[in-house]
Design a binder for this molecule. Structure first.
Ligand SMILES: *Cc1c(COP(=O)(O)O)cnc(C)c1O
Length: 218
């Protein structure tokens, strides 16, 4: 089995310079995150609020914490003071709540719109139609404490590369459309351990990689 160091260095070397790595550390114990931190990693992705809070309190303060999992509106206040980027904005209600809590903390929280690009029913996310309605609304224009930085999506869990490629192409096209209205929404967060190389070929500039760094989660 490879060490975290070997895994990390191999991935870092394979990534084009314009692609940001989010090290997905969900379920992993704090010493492993510290090990990756000591190798130079500063961007970590988590999907559970409680775990995120403990890790943020324990680990060095210059870590940028990304929320990548489904987020309930009532839990936003627990992470609003420190979260660096929320990838998983999947409802207007949630976005308004993030804005409210960001305002209380006197900061602007960066967000991505999560799009439903996979075949599976269970994956969260918007359609482009819905997001267009939101971003053209006056209510959206009044949200001064959030910044939409781009889009995020998860492909279908399948070995069929052509399906995955098509879904990544769809998210890339969505990104192009969104940028017409929101020119600073340049992030395309797509690609995980199994498909990040394909995602980069299709225009990803932010990959969320967990098991290829830390080993499988069981
Ligand atoms: C767990 C997770 C990842 C990372 O998955 P790996 O296959 O371990 O790389 C990426 N994105 C999201 C949204 C996740 O929940």
């Amino acid at each position: 089995m490879n060490t975290i160091k070997e895994n990390y260095q191999k991935i870092k070397q394979a990534l084009p310079e314009k692609v940001t790595l989010v090290a997905v550390s969900k379920t992993k114990p704090i010493p492993l995150l510290q090990e990756l931190y000591d190798l130079g990693e500063r961007v970590f992705g988590e999907n559970r609020v409680e775990e995120l809070i403990v890790k943020n309190e324990t680990l060095p303060k210059d870590i940028q914490w990304h929320m990548i999992g489904h987020l309930q509106s009532k839990k936003v206040k627990k992470i609003a003071s420190f979260i660096s980027l929320i990838h998983s904005v999947d409802s207007f209600k949630l976005l308004k709540e993030i804005n409210k809590e960001a305002q209380k903390n006197n900061r602007i929280i960066d967000c991505l719109f999560q799009f439903h690009i996979a075949k599976e029913e269970t994956k969260y996310g918007f359609s482009l139609t819905k997001v267009k309605i939101i971003i053209n609304s006056n209510e959206f224009k009044g949200l001064k404490n959030i910044q939409i930085k781009g889009v995020m999506g998860m492909a279908t869990f399948t070995n069929n590369q052509e399906i995955v490629r098509q879904e990544f192409q769809t998210l890339h096209e969505i990104s192009t459309e969104i940028k017409i209205v929101l020119p600073f929404a340049t992030i395309i967060s797509m690609g995980m351990s199994g498909d990040y190389k394909l995602a980069i070929q299709e225009g990803s500039n932010m990959v969320r990689v967990g098991s290829s760094i830390f080993g499988s989660r069981n």
